[in-house]
Design a protein around this ligand. Structure first.
Ligand SMILES: [Zn+2]
Length: 93
């Protein structure tokens, strides 16, 4: 099954997000901001999920990152993009 995602805007705050299933088939809703390794580590400590966003030719695929990915494959290690889950603050932008 293709893991197709869609780029759109959060209906509440209108921030751009990427939505679709992750590698486990769980729904993901991810911001487009690219994280630095330090930002990702901070999010990990805060329990805020992060995802690798991979361009698959016609769409982006999202992979939930675990401790191993965060430690051994940080953003910038390969040409990967790491984004965080969208946590809506409910404010309209
Ligand atoms: Zn939102």
């Amino acid at each position: 099954m293709a893991r197709k995602t869609y780029t759109g805007r959060c209906p509440t705050c209108h921030q751009r997000t990427i939505r679709g299933p992750d590698q486990h088939g769980q729904p993901a809703n991810v911001e487009t901001l690219e994280l630095t390794p330090a930002q990702e580590l901070q999010h990990h400590q805060d329990g805020w999920p992060t995802y690798t966003a991979t361009w698959a030719g016609t769409h982006i695929e999202l992979d939930l990152r675990d401790e191993h990915d965060i430690t051994y494959d940080p953003p910038g290690h390969r040409p990967i993009r790491v984004n965080r889950e969208h946590r809506c603050d409910g404010r309209t932008r």
